[in-house]
Design a protein around this ligand. Structure first.
Ligand code: IPD
Ligand code: CA
Ligand code: CA
Length: 269
């Protein structure tokens, strides 16, 4: 079952990838803003529509939560049927600025746990996949996270929310402590790829607060590649841990506790 879901999800991601590459090459992009601050393009909407319609055709009884379909986030932990969590373009700002760090993220969830994950980077032709308890792959080759254990050598990724202004003191406090003790920081612009890059060792750690569609697929890929996944602040009791996208910390195993300590030291209530 998982293999056929993975084949279906991979094909969806490839087709959505072709769609967004084609839209950018043909210069038919239109830009607008959600809530005045969050960039969205006609390609985000088209890819979201394509993925949702295709899932509905093949799996009419499954539920779908996608970023561009105005999901009802109140009910996510009560969904019983298999659930697809979709980010049609993760890295929209990169996409609109003609950068290549852009992904399509597709997670297949059963009873609060991600079972199958696909994160596809179409401009880099990199397909990250995972099946729970079976492993993680990049273009069909098994991947492992880095074995870095020294904070001073750790390359750490993070990101900043669109509505960042009132959160800046906290975000800067985290950043300052990480920069004081780790090798360097990267802000690459796609949370899903940041996490996949931890999974395959291009990065040693990642922390951020995002939305569930940014991280649902990539966190399984990271866990299956041996990375440590968790949260540096407590997870609310009624939410499955894998569906809580706030205060994420995903690292090479030996770096988890030291980086958690840095973030907690820097935390401001
Ligand atoms: C964004 C990216 C970014 C992260 C933001 C997300 P979007 O997703 O993942 O890296 O820092 O918080 O909103 O808007 O491009 O789908
Ligand atoms: Ca996103
Ligand atoms: Ca998005």
């Amino acid at each position: 079952m998982s293999e056929s879901i993975l084949a279906f999800a991979t094909s969806l991601a490839e087709q959505a990838g072709d769609l967004i590459v084609e839209k950018r090459i043909s210069s038919s992009l239109t830009l607008s803003y959600k809530k005045d601050i969050e960039l969205v393009t006609n390609a985000d909407i088209a890819a979201d529509d394509f993925i949702r319609q295709t899932i509905k055709e093949h799996h009419p009884n499954h539920q779908i939560l996608s970023e561009e379909s105005n999901p009802d986030m109140q009910s996510i932990e009560h969904i019983e049927a298999p659930l697809w969590i979709i980010d049609p373009i993760d890295g929209t700002v990169n996409y609109a600025h003609h950068h290549s760090q852009v992904a399509i993220s597709i997670a297949y969830v059963v009873r609060g746990k991600v079972q199958v994950a696909v994160v596809y980077s179409p401009f880099q032709a990199e397909m990250f996949t995972a099946i729970r308890q079976q492993g993680a792959w990049l273009n069909d080759q098994p991947i492992r996270c880095s074995s870095e254990s020294q904070l001073g050598k750790a390359l750490v990724a993070t990101g900043f929310p669109y509505d960042k202004h009132e959160k800046l003191p906290l975000l800067m406090s985290y950043l300052e402590n990480i920069l004081q003790h780790c090798a360097d920081i990267r802000r690459l612009g796609s949370a899903a790829l940041d996490i996949c890059w931890v999974a395959m060792g291009r990065l040693d750690a990642y922390y951020e607060t995002v939305s569930i569609w940014d991280c649902a697929a990539a966190q399984l890929i990271a866990q299956e590649a041996g990375a440590k996944y968790g949260h540096f602040l407590p997870v609310p009791k009624n939410v499955p841990e894998e569906l809580h996208p706030e205060n994420l910390l995903i690292t090479a195993p030996a770096l988890y506790e030291p980086i958690k300590k840095l973030l907690l030291e820097a935390h401001i209530d």
